[in-house]
Design a protein around this ligand. Structure first.
Ligand SMILES: Nc1ncnc2c1ncn2[C@@H]1O[C@H](COP(=O)(O)OP(=O)(O)O)[C@@H](O)[C@H]1O
Ligand SMILES: [Mg+2]
Length: 294
């Protein structure tokens, strides 16, 4: 089964940087897919080509895609729209426009982003999938929607038995069961084949949020493998001016707090580097720091 490695954390902390660096590292071992579900994802800019309409090969052994809302909904339509229409139209006087209506339902795109992830993982094409997630809140929604969806489908099952009489010639139960099994597989994928790295910067809010995320993930049953403390100021550059000395001291406090609270989980530290986000140079350097010894 494909290994899924996700990077999560507050906006701007370095999720995309860590994801791309890790993807480059894994591409050196086997075929790797880099997926971004951040609506403000920057993979297209980094790889200097549009990645929001489909999977593209961006380097040797490395494919990448940005899951835009449009792409997810297009794929959703292709896969499920006919089924849903058949079932609903069997007992409601509705036309195909019901599909447009359903597309607007809250949580639908989150639901189908996870379906996309499952499809890619089950395809067996990739040894690893690196998942660059949206900032905190959206990612957590994604997980809770999944649980809600599951309990909703269990309800749907009960409802079906009550409403059995109104269905004509179609088997909504088969559809409900298919969806339920899909949802189960997604939850299973997240709990058994996925691990998360929580990224933070050495500042109060990012560190607090990192631990909130870790707690939620623990609650959901996704393995938090460790933390990445990114953009740590190197001591040798902070000695000559009171501003940098104070900044350094404040960062050291956050750093200690992170190490204490991380407990047995590793905290990988990446220094503040010079340069902009680009493959050769900056990202290779981060890859070397994140995955030493290769
Ligand atoms: N260790 C680092 N040193 C210097 N700049 C960094 C470092 N990590 C990330 N950056 C820069 O910080 C910005 C935000 O990083 P990014 O990975 O896009 O964060 P996120 O995906 O969490 O929003 C980018 O401009 C990136 O180039
Ligand atoms: Mg990003």
């Amino acid at each position: 089964m494909t290994n899924i490695i996700m990077f999560t954390g507050k906006g701007g902390v370095g999720k995309t940087t860590m994801s791309v660096a890790t993807a480059l590292h894994h591409a050196g071992i086997g075929k790797t897919l880099l997926i971004s579900t951040d609506p403000s994802g920057s993979l297209s800019e980094i790889f200097a080509r549009p990645l929001s309409s489909k999977v593209h090969t961006v380097a040797v052994n490395l494919d990448a895609v940005e899951l835009s809302r449009k792409l997810v909904l297009d794929l959703w339509r292709e896969k499920f729209a006919d089924d849903i229409y058949t079932v609903l139209s069997s007992f409601l006087p509705v036309g195909r426009e019901i599909i447009d209506y359903l597309e607007g339902a809250p949580g639908i795109e989150d639901e189908f982003m996870l379906d996309y992830l499952l499809t890619m993982a089950e395809s067996g094409e990739y040894r690893a999938i690196i998942w660059d997630t949206a900032p905190t809140v959206t990612t957590l929604n994604l997980l809770f929607v999944q649980q809600m969806f599951y309990s909703h489908l269990t309800q749907a099952h009960k409802l079906y038995f009550k409403m059995k009489k109104v269905f004509n010639n179609v088997d909504p139960l088969a559809l409900i069961n298919r969806w339920r099994s899909l949802t189960e597989r997604i939850i299973d994928l997240l709990r058994t084949d996925t691990c998360a790295w929580v990224v933070a910067n050495p500042e109060h809010l990012a560190v607090e949020q990192a631990f909130n995320i870790a707690d939620s993930f623990d609650g959901f049953g996704i393995e938090v493998q460790g933390f990445i403390l990114n953009k740590v100021l190197p001591a040798e550059f902070c000695q000559d001016h009171p501003f940098w000395q104070a900044k350094y001291t404040a960062q050291q406090k956050c750093r200690e707090k992170m190490q204490q609270r991380a407990d047995t989980r590793p905290v990988k530290e990446i220094p503040e580097l010079i340069g902009s986000i680009q493959i050769e140079g900056f990202l290779r350097e981060v890859a070397g720091l994140l995955h030493p010894g290769r």
